[in-house]
Design a protein around this ligand. Structure first.
Ligand code: ADE
Ligand code: ZN
Length: 338
């Protein structure tokens, strides 16, 4: 990877911690926990990572997550992610987790939260990386289950900055999750939601108008709706875009076809993120490198993407300014943002 890309200070805002489970760790944890994986060996896992769409990925992703059982497992997963992206210039991460994937297996908030928090402390102490968590509701489950999850989370919100909405998108619009979001807002959290990855632009409108979210995860399909693009630009709603994920899950055919440049051109506040790096073959730095390699992004454009990532985060104005001046120092000019 280009030294500039690696050094560029950036925030990662669209990263599912369960999606950082590398095949080797999956096997090691399965063995430690006496869990039988549906894959005979490491090679067969990698072969299974040929996805045709979001659902074909999610089926495998949930199977993999089942090896995570103790606080130590969640800690090791979190540490491995931060140790990896410390090499990619990540200064701050807002990390998704899927509590229902674990509570449905009778693993409680106290278990995974302990592991996440210890891993985040490691990131701060060892790498100076700040982080917070985003609690995601699984949208293939009912809105009532999301509300129950939010109630169960009430006493475990240390380190959680927002709630989000993920899993299968088409056929699962945002509106039924309003009660869960309302409770989250009452508890002082912010809201984000996956929308417009495979789902239509109407899901992005609904995430904004029904759920009142501040940031859209993916959002690439907004380009099909001019009025929506105008609104996202006017209101500076950040979109956390994941280009390599979009290629792996066939949202676009090839990296060269990704609409990232058109999104920048339209004035949208887009950042580059990895989504589920262990499954899509690239961490956040690889996504920046691919924008350079496949779409000819210049260093200046990549610095704009990094500045957007900082600006799109839930950090304080002071913290953002500190990271933005670091970007400026690297590029030798004041950091421009979209
Ligand atoms: N969960 C993990 N990765 C996801 C994605 N790309 N879209 C929706 N849900 C997810
Ligand atoms: Zn995602």
């Amino acid at each position: 990877m280009d030294e500039f890309v690696r050094k560029l200070p950036k925030a990662e805002l669209h990263l599912h911690i369960e999606g950082t489970l590398e095949p080797q760790m999956m096997f090691d944890l399965a063995e430690r926990n006496g869990y039988e994986l549906p894959f005979p060996d490491l090679n067969s896992v990698k072969e299974a990572y040929e996805f045709t769409d979001l659902q074909s990925f999610l089926d495998i992703y949930y199977q993999g997550a089942a090896v995570l059982q103790s606080a130590q497992d969640f800690y090791e997963l979190t540490v491995a992610y931060f140790d990896r992206v410390a090499q990619d210039g990540v200064r701050h991460a807002e990390v998704f987790f899927d509590p229902q994937t674990h509570t449905e297996r009778n693993i409680g908030f106290e278990v995974f939260m302990e592991g996440f928090r210890a891993g985040m402390e490691h990131a701060k102490v060892e790498h100076g990386i700040t982080s917070s968590l985003i609690l995601c509701f699984l949208r293939h489950l009912p809105g009532e289950a999301a509300l129950e999850t939010m109630r169960a989370a009430e006493n475990h919100l240390d380190g959680v900055v927002a709630v989000g909405l993920d899993s299968s998108e088409v056929g699962f619009p945002p509106a039924p999750f309003l009660p869960a979001y309302e409770l989250a807002y009452e508890l002082g959290l912010k809201g984000v939601a996956h929308a417009g990855e495979e789902g239509p632009p109407s899901y992005i409108w609904s995430a904004l108008d029904d759920l009142g979210v501040e940031r859209i995860d993916h959002g690439v399909r907004c380009l099909e709706d001019e009025e929506l693009v105008d609104r996202l630009v006017r209101e500076r709603v950040p979109l956390t875009v994941c280009p390599s994920s979009n290629v792996a899950l066939r949202v676009v055919d090839r990296f060269e076809d990704h609409p990232f440049p058109q999104m920048m051109e339209a004035g949208l506040v887009v950042s580059a993120n990895s989504d589920d790096p262990a499954y899509f073959g690239g961490y956040v730095g690889d996504n920046y490198a691919a924008l350079g390699g496949h779409l000819d992004f210049t260093h200046e454009q990549l610095a704009t993407v990094a500045a957007n990532s900082i600006e799109s985060s839930f950090l304080s104005r002071d913290q953002k300014d500190r990271h933005l001046s670091e970007i400026s120092a690297l590029t030798g000019r004041s950091a421009t943002r979209n």
